[in-house]
Design a protein. Structure first.
Length: 264
């Protein structure tokens, strides 16, 4: 109880003192003007009511928009969560949650997002879109399927590690070259999401970096997975803390594959 209270006070203090990683919480109620003529487009959302990844969001948003363009799809990038309404979401085939964090959807917006996936809409969730700031039960069960417990800090915060593709035959993993070493902030989770029905596509080799005793998951340390139970195609990648990660050829290939796959 005391630890939780201290964490809440710490976040509140950081927000009050203007820490750019912890911007003040904003609840959006008026939808943004969505460009006319969008159909089966890609919605890129980097709304942060939790930890804001100022390191990569500007660059990764541009990279994702460029990938959508290369796939022949228009895109719209916003940090206004009120775009999650039935009218606007029907104009998109895929929602990319680009390190969207915190309690960023109102109950009505969450319900619209739920209906979007239920009618076959695709989701590509990246990095902090899977951290522990996401508490809504549907989001937890449908998008993540496990609980984030931390990542290395200090000198070990960013480390090169070997990413192992377990399902090279899956469309999202098509063309990924191995061996693959990527420098990143490696998330750890309370359990393998496969235990809750997810299909793990890739994992990190713990023997290739230093997770620390409290964050070690053993041989099965997942970093990418899909939800085969959802009506829409849902993909999550825990990778992507650094802007440089989005220039990695394998990462770009996976993002393009994931958007194409999620859009069916």
């Amino acid at each position: 109880m005391l630890k939780t209270l201290a964490m809440i006070l710490g976040v509140a203090l950081a927000q009050a003192t203007g820490n750019p990683h912890l911007p003040p919480k904003v609840v959006d109620t008026t939808p943004p003007p969505v460009p006319a003529g969008l159909k089966d487009a890609v919605l890129i959302v980097s709304k942060t009511n939790g930890w804001r990844h100022i390191e990569h969001i500007p660059h990764s948003n541009e990279v994702i928009a460029g990938i959508a363009r290369d796939l022949g799809r228009r895109s719209f990038t916003t940090e206004n969560a009120a775009v999650f309404n039935d009218r606007d979401l029907r104009r998109f085939a895929v929602v990319v949650l680009n390190s969207a964090s915190g309690d960023f959807l109102t109950p009505a917006q969450q319900a619209a997002f739920t209906r979007f996936v239920a009618r076959g809409g695709g989701v590509v969730a990246l990095h902090a879109a899977g951290d522990d700031s996401h508490k809504e039960p549907w989001y937890d069960a449908t998008i993540i399927g496990t609980t984030f417990i931390g990542h290395p800090n200090g000198d070990d915060h960013i480390q090169p590690a070997r990413v192992v593709v377990d399902r090279p035959q899956h469309p999202v993993m098509a063309g990924v070259t191995q061996p693959w070493t990527l420098s990143d902030e490696y998330y750890s989770f309370s359990a393998n999401p496969a235990a809750r029905g997810m299909t793990v596509l890739a994992r990190v080799d713990e023997g290739s970096y230093r997770p620390g005793a409290k964050l070690a998951m053993g041989a099965e340390h997942p970093v990418m997975w899909v939800n085969p139970r959802a009506k829409g195609h849902v993909f999550y990648s825990a990778l992507g803390h650094n802007p440089e990660a989005y220039d990695d050829p394998n990462m770009r290939r996976i993002l393009a594959n994931a958007i194409r796959w999620a859009a069916k």
